[in-house]
Design a protein. Structure first.
Length: 168
């Protein structure tokens, strides 16, 4: 129960940071995807189900507040949470390099999916321009911000795990 409340608070705070605070810190016209960092870190620490649920809720919040098509970001984030959830049982949780690689690949995947299923269907067929002006800067910016935010999410997940083990 406590974990669910904390995850909902994480989603809301991440969304508010992404949409309001980081809009003042745009680099190359893009903002980092803090919600994606949250989804990847949740999937990395808690597994596929938690990653999918966090991804769905985070994507749904984005769709309801900023999207044209309700559900598209929810599906993309849910897919990313599912795919990153595989790393939960395979890799060491203290590893710091792997989550950064997962965040980078996930951001690239999200932006490519978004281009092919949203932007391209609206008639924008200039993939090279979109890749150079939107996708690449966003991937790089998200990676740099992930270095700080992943550590924060990691501490929260470890603290919650410690608290849950203490209750048992």
């Amino acid at each position: 129960m406590i974990r669910s409340i904390v995850v909902l608070i994480e989603i809301i705070i991440s969304y508010l940071l992404q949409s309001s605070v980081f809009s003042y810190f745009e680099l190359a016209g893009v903002v980092p995807d803090i919600l994606l960092i949250l989804v990847v870190s949740t999937a990395f620490f808690r597994g596929q189900k938690a990653g999918m649920l966090t991804g769905f809720l985070a994507g749904l919040l984005m769709d309801l507040c900023m999207g044209d098509v309700v559900g598209i970001c929810a599906i993309f984030y849910m897919l990313i949470g599912f795919l990153n959830g595989y790393s939960n049982k395979i890799f060491d949780r203290e590893d710091y390099l792997l989550p950064m690689a997962l965040i980078t690949v996930s951001e690239l995947l999200y932006n490519l999916l978004y281009y092919f299923f949203v932007v391209m269907l609206q008639g924008n067929l200039k993939f090279g321009y979109y890749f150079g002006k939107i996708i690449l800067p966003r991937v790089v910016y998200t990676l740099f911000v992930a270095i700080l935010f992943y550590k924060l999410f990691q501490m929260l997940h470890l603290m919650l795990a410690h608290f849950e083990n203490k209750e048992r």
